[in-house]
Structure formats: C-alpha cells, structure tokens
Design a protein around this ligand. Structure first.
Ligand code: WTA
Length: 639
C-alpha cells in the first residue's frame, strides 16, 4: 500500500506545543554539546558537570564530574512543590482493583524500601534483580535502588525460571524482589515459585523480598531468606537521603537479545540517561502538567524503563498504569480506561494496534475517546494501514501519531516526529531527534542515495547511549562499533526518502521482534538444542500479519528419535520452560537435513530472505545464486 497523504500538525499544537519551530534542528546540530547542556539544566544536580562530553570512540562520558540522583529528580523535587499531592499513578489491576498514588505516596514508599535495602546491606554499585508484575511496587523498587546507587536489573515477569536464573548468574545480585504471583487473562502466574526454582542451584542472592499481590494462594517462604514486603515496611524509617551519584555511575542493567544465544546486559548510567529520557519525554509527547499519559508497555522492557518510570516521573506526570491483558475481561479494556481517566496521550505498539483492528472497531466505538490529543507508536515498523486505522478510529483524525524509533541500547527515542512541527507520513518514523545524527549507509559507511535501502547508523554519541555490556566491554565494541566504520551500528535496515524522512525496514541481523518482544533466533536455537532429542536447529523469523514476525523452527532430530506431533508439542513446552511463552515457535518442522554451506554453516540468512520474500539483491543479502536455489528447493520439499 502506498500512502501519499501527509499530515501537518493540528493548528492547536502548532501554536502551543513545547517545540513549534524547525529551527531547533539546525541549532542542535550547530552546537550539539550546548544543546544537551541546556537540556541537562532542566534537571536538579547536586554538583554541576565540568565537561559536557568526553568522546573517546567508542566510549563516551556525559556531564563529566556532575553529581545527580535520579530518584531525587523523580520525587523530591516534586514533593517540594504543589505536585506533592498530584496524582503520579492511576493504577488498575487486571481483576479490576484500583489504586491512586500521589507523588508524596510514592516518595514515602521509595524512602522506606531504600532503607530496607540498606538494612539488607545493599551498597552503591550492588545489583538488585526485580522480577515483578506491573504493580506500582516495581516502580518503587526501581527508584529505591536509584536512590542509594544500587544497580537494578529488571527481568520481564514473562520469562521462565531458567531465563531468570541465567540473568541472575550474570548480574550476581545480592537481593531479589518479586511478588507472590501476577495475573494474566484471569490466570494466576506463580512468580515466587519461578524464583524458588531459579534459586535452587547456588546463587548470589541472599534475600528475597516478596510483594503480596493477593492472598488467594498459599506462598511458601524460606525462613531467613524470604521476607514479605508488607511486613518489612511496617516500621521502616520514612526518610532516606538520596545518594549524590556520579553522572557516569550505572543506573541499571537491562538484558536484551542479540545475535548469540546469550542475552546482553545493556548498561545505562544516571546522568546522560535521565537527560535524554526526560528531554524526549517532554518534546516528543509534548507533555504538560495537565496531561494524563499512558504507555502500555511492560516495565520489563526498555520502553517501560524510559517512558513509564524515568521519563514521566522526572517530569512530574500523571499517568495510568495497568497490570494485565488488553482484552481482559473484554477487548475494550483499554478504551474503557482511557474514558475513565480521561487519558490525553496514549503510547502503544503496532502489534497491539493490529490486534485492536482484528477485534473490531465496535470496541473503541463504545467509549468516549475525545480526551485523547496525541498518540504514539513504538517497537516495530508500523504499516500504513495500521497507522491510518489508529489515526481514524482511536485518534478521531485529530491526534498526531508519533512513530518513535529507538532501542534498548539507545535508552531514549532517537528518530521521531516532534508533534508541533513535523509533517507526518504514515509508516515513517520521520526525522532524527534534534542533536542526533542518524544516517543510512552501505557496508563501508558511505551514505546511500535517497530511496535506497542500507544500514541505519548513528554517527555521533547521544547522552542516553549504552555505556557497555555488563562485564563484556569487548562485546560492546564488537557488536556496535566494529561493523560500520566510525558509527554506531543499530542492526536495522532503513531507507531515507527525498525529504530526508526515515523508513525502517526491520532488523537485518538474527534479532527478531515477535509481538513487540525482542528475541534472538540464536537464543531459541540454543533452547531447542538443549533438548535430548534434538541434534541441530535453524530458527527463522518470518512476517506475521498480527505479531509483526513469528518464529519457525527447523529441527533435525538425533539418530534413532522418531518424529511425531507429540514430540513437536514437547519441544514447544521445552522452549516455554527454557525462555518463556513469548519464545515458543509458531511452527516446528522436523527435518532430515538442513541446508548448509560447504564449510558447514546453516544458511539461515537465505532461509530468512526466502521466507520473508526479501529482495535478495539488496545490500543486506548478497548471496551465491546456486545456494539460493538449493534453499528454495529444500523449503519446497518440506512444505
Ligand atoms: C525495532 C524497543 C521500526 C527496531 C524500544 C529496533 C522499530 C528494535 C521502532 C529495538 C519503530 C523499535 N519503527 N522499528 N518505531 N521502534 N523498532 O530493544 O528493529 O526492544 O532495533 O527496543 O525494535 O527493540 P528494543
């Protein structure tokens, strides 16, 4: 589908948005350091920085010498003003329970948990793993870590016990915070049970703090190790001074999928990260004090870290937070909530939008959505049909859509419209954020002509850039800075049109995006290979109407093992246990052989290109034609 239509900013926004003039782009490029310094001045610092940027490729340090505390910026500076009693979070549990927390409520809870962590001997630089449902206590625990300089590692609660164990092994936390269970589509997910399983083998974890989500089930507690959140908070002191931290002290580790079987611990730091996230939150979402903002992501992923926790709270925003599934108890749960809280800004993922389209427009039509003024999209390319549906059915044709491109590694949005000035084109993430130098290049780092596909790179550092991979700086250099000369390699393909607008073409490596969840095909392969019946595996992503991409696994069994449907089911179950439900392939083929190069490598790239109908001639997949024919024949045989 080709959409030629363009959408200029609505009059109201063109007049009132924080950013209304395109000159900001030139200004930011002319003197990028002053641009970011000005942005940093909007935060509260204990000690000013002496140097904005220290760039020693591929290592950057921002706001050098500055002292800051993220929790102070998200809480203390608000409770000193009228925002003390402003609502921070309207929360709903999936079963329908509701809570409202003001900035003062959050502040007191965070102080208490920070004290409890200190009592448990957590010191600056120690890691704390959080494995929790979407409850306000997850935010409290993150901010409590930030307050005392502990490094949090949030593990998405949809990951299995084994996946949790692997992330614990890498981060070596002293403390783990969890909940007894969570809810998903009415079912109870036993989080504490997963934790017990993850900690079965020896581990660094000394204590487990358990938030009681509800008392509907008995939760076994290990004496001396496990403590109830609500018992600890009874007499924990209500004041804990925020630690002045160095700009470059780590704030958190977040594991994300790469091209190997082992997830990468992406490290973000206090100063630059908060500057980047707060600035983009304000400008991209045009966030004002009177807005009610809602980002539907899970905090277990980077979108939740940056645009539920740190961005909105740094700005003193009122936001909605929801625990469960969007179609529980009915497919209008989100629309009902938008009406109930009069949400003005709504940020979700294309995979969700495509699901809403499938469920039908009768569901949003049942509700008053006229409070909405701005919509956002993130996580994967949004196809023009979904863009137009979102614009018409949810936005009533009055709300601009900010299609925001970024990654766990970038920490903040990098390519996006600014809603008060950018003319939108459905399906395009539009332009790099002011001060960001994005480019589409060939493998030698030379820009490609307009409308031609190439690699998306970022040419200069930005404040919220990842600083390293936890305990593997070599991998950081190798993965991001060695592929394309002199630039940060994103792993995405893209093209730029004649107007300089960016059109994202998806990942060009072995990372895929299933329903907005980032996964590595190699991770799924290693999970399958760990099953005793399996000899070798190729896992390939292919386009999927609703999920964006889905996983297909070609599995070669060990000699003597008989293929059967029961075995396929068992393999699916095995992946669920090894990683989690999100990684279970849609299709599994049990095959006798896999197509390989003469040197014995499985030809995954060709398989993927053929399954996706990718153009094999483009810069990203130059392959030997006879090999392409061989894989094509092989795929036909399997079908
Ligand atoms: C993809 C999520 C097109 C991209 C914030 C990137 C997008 C990966 C967009 C990072 C977008 C994210 N348009 N593609 N607006 N946003 N992506 O680390 O392939 O979970 O590399 O971060 O998602 O996924 P991650």
């Amino acid at each position: 589908m080709k959409v030629e239509e363009k959408f200029p900013p609505p009059k109201e926004l063109a007049k009132n948005a924080w950013i209304r003039t395109p000159e900001i782009y030139e200004e930011a490029l002319r003197d990028t350091e002053s641009f970011w310094a000005k942005a940093a001045e909007e935060l509260d610092w204990f000690k000013p920085w002496s140097k904005v940027l220290d760039w020693n490729p591929p290592d950057s340090r921002w706001f050098v010498g500055g002292k800051i505390n993220v929790s102070y910026n998200c809480l203390d500076r608000h409770v000193k003003t009228w925002r003390k009693n402003k609502v921070a979070i309207f929360w709903e549990g999936e079963p329908g329970d509701k809570r409202t927390l003001t900035y003062d409520d959050l502040y007191l809870e965070v102080n208490q948990i920070a004290n409890i962590l200190k009592q448990m001997d957590v010191k600056k630089g120690d890691r704390v793993t959080l494995y929790m449902p979407m409850v306000p206590e997850l935010i409290v625990a993150m901010l409590a870590c930030a307050r005392i300089g502990a490094i949090h590692s949030v593990v998405f609660a949809g990951f299995s016990a084994k996946a949790l164990r692997e992330r614990i092994r890498d981060a070596e936390p002293k403390i783990l915070v969890t909940a007894n269970h969570s809810y998903r589509r009415g079912k109870i997910i036993p989080l504490k049970q997963n934790v017990d399983e993850a900690l079965e083998e020896s581990s660094s974890v000394e204590r487990v703090v358990v938030y009681q989500r509800s008392d509907t089930e008995f939760t076994p507690m290990k004496s001396g190790r496990d403590f109830w959140w609500h018992e600890l908070t009874v007499d924990a002191p209500l004041r804990c001074e925020p630690e002045p931290l160095d700009s470059e002290d780590p704030l958190f580790i977040l594991y994300t999928s790469g091209t190997t079987g082992k997830p990468k611990g992406v490290v973000h730091v206090n100063g630059g990260y908060l500057v980047g996230v707060a600035t983009t939150q304000k400008w991209v979402f045009d966030l004002k004090d009177e807005d009610v903002y809602w980002c539907t992501a899970d905090i277990g992923w980077v979108t939740g870290h940056s645009y539920i926790v740190y961005g909105p709270l740094a700005l003193g925003t009122t936001q909605v937070m929801y625990e469960g599934a969007p179609d529980y108890p009915q497919p209008d749960r989100l629309w009902e909530m938008i009406e109930r809280y009069a949400v003005t800004i709504f940020y979700t993922a294309p995979t969700a939008i495509r699901a809403f389209m499938k469920w039908g427009e009768e569901w949003p039509k049942k509700h008053k959505l006229s409070s909405l003024r701005l919509l956002g999209s993130v996580g994967e390319p949004i196809n023009p049909a979904a863009w137009l549906w979102y614009h018409q059915t949810i936005g009533g044709e009055r709300c601009p859509i900010v299609d925001t491109w970024w990654q766990t590694e970038t920490g903040m949005i990098l390519i996006t419209p600014l809603p008060g000035t950018t003319v939108l084109k459905p399906g395009s993430a539009t332009l790099p954020f002011p001060g960001v130098k994005a480019e589409v290049v060939d493998k030698d780092g030379n820009p490609v002509p307009p409308d031609q596909g190439g690699f998306l790179v970022i040419k200069t550092p930005w404040p919220a850039m990842l600083r390293t991979i936890y305990r593997d700086h070599q991998r950081y250099r190798q993965t991001y800075w060695k592929r394309i000369p002199g630039a940060y390699f994103t792993g995405d393909g893209a093209k730029k049109d004649q107007d300089g607008y960016f059109w994202m073409m998806g990942r060009i490596d072995d990372v895929i995006n299933v329903s907005g969840h980032r996964l590595g095909t190699m991770e799924v392969e290693s999970a399958l290979v760990s099953h005793p019946a399996v000899a070798e595996v190729a896992v390939v992503g292919k386009p999927h109407e609703f999920k964006g991409q889905s996983l297909t696994a070609y599995v070669m069994l060990r000699g003597g093992v008989n293929p059967s449907n029961a075995l396929k089911e068992e393999l699916k179950k095995h992946v669920r246990q090894e990683i989690g439900a999100i990684a279970v392939p849609d299709e599994i083929y049990l095959v006798d052989k896999l197509p390989k190069t003469r040197s014995g490598k499985i030809m995954r790239r060709i398989m993927r290109a053929l399954l996706s109908n990718e153009d094999l001639g483009d810069t990203t997949t130059l392959e030997d034609p006879s090999a392409v024919e061989e894989v094509r024949r092989w795929l036909k045989e399997i079908k």
